[in-house]
Design a protein. Structure first.
Length: 220
């Protein structure tokens, strides 16, 4: 199956830089260097009110055309190699906020996919990013503590905020005891309204988690 996907990817989505068009790479060194600049990245931290999510940290803005293309290619064209540069954006952002000073206080949890979507895509993009962040900061990661038990309509296709929230009601379940008393860093690729992250934080806190941060590549 992976060989077929790779063949189709090469056939219909030839390998060229999504920023400048240079061949043989989806993101060239020059475009990646530009993404890492403060002007392009512009990380944002937002403290959340009246939710179980304490803060959202976004490395970039989804309005950035190159970021949009990278994330779209990562998720929908199955370009797994983009996990490396996108995770570097997350790592640089956490360094900006002096996250390393928190040391082992945080447990990293990627936002899960439902098993049907995971089988179709072949990988969870949030998990690939989370593993690279965890490895860099030498933080524990738990990929089974949070499980998506309901297959929902894609959030990106829902424009109404209330419908986004209702679409995610009771979609997650928790492995008992896995997160009690822990500070959690949730990781995902994109946050638009933040509804997915907020719902995940709600069930995490209702099962004993302490402070919950979210880290995303881009905020829409």
């Amino acid at each position: 199956m992976n060989k077929i996907k790779n063949f189709l990817l090469d056939l219909f989505f030839p390998k060229k830089c999504l920023g400048c068009g240079k061949s043989d790479t989806y993101l060239c060194a020059d475009c990646f260097a530009w993404l890492l600049t403060e002007q392009a990245q512009n990380p944002i931290i937002e403290r959340q009110k009246d939710t179980c999510l304490d803060r959202i940290i976004s490395a970039t803005n989804y309005a950035n055309p190159l970021i949009r293309e990278l994330i779209k290619s990562f998720k929908y064209y199955y370009v797994k190699e983009l996990a490396e540069p996108l995770s570097q954006l997350l790592i640089k952002t956490l360094k900006t906020f002096n996250f390393s000073a928190s040391g082992g206080q945080f447990l990293i949890i990627p936002i899960p996919l439902h098993e049907h979507r995971l089988r179709y895509r072949g990988f969870n993009q949030a998990e690939l990013l989370a593993k690279k962040v965890a490895s860099h900061f030498n933080l524990p990661i738990e990929t089974n503590a949070l499980k998506r038990i309901v297959s929902t309509y894609p959030q990106a296709n829902i424009k109404n905020t209330d419908k986004r929230k209702n679409n995610l009601k009771d979609v997650f379940e928790i492995m008992p005891g896995a997160i009690k008393g822990k500070n959690i860093l949730l990781i995902d690729d994109v946050a638009t309204t933040g509804a997915t992250l907020i719902e995940a934080a709600r069930i995490l806190k209702s099962n004993g988690a302490r402070e919950i941060w979210a880290l995303v590549v881009a905020k829409g």
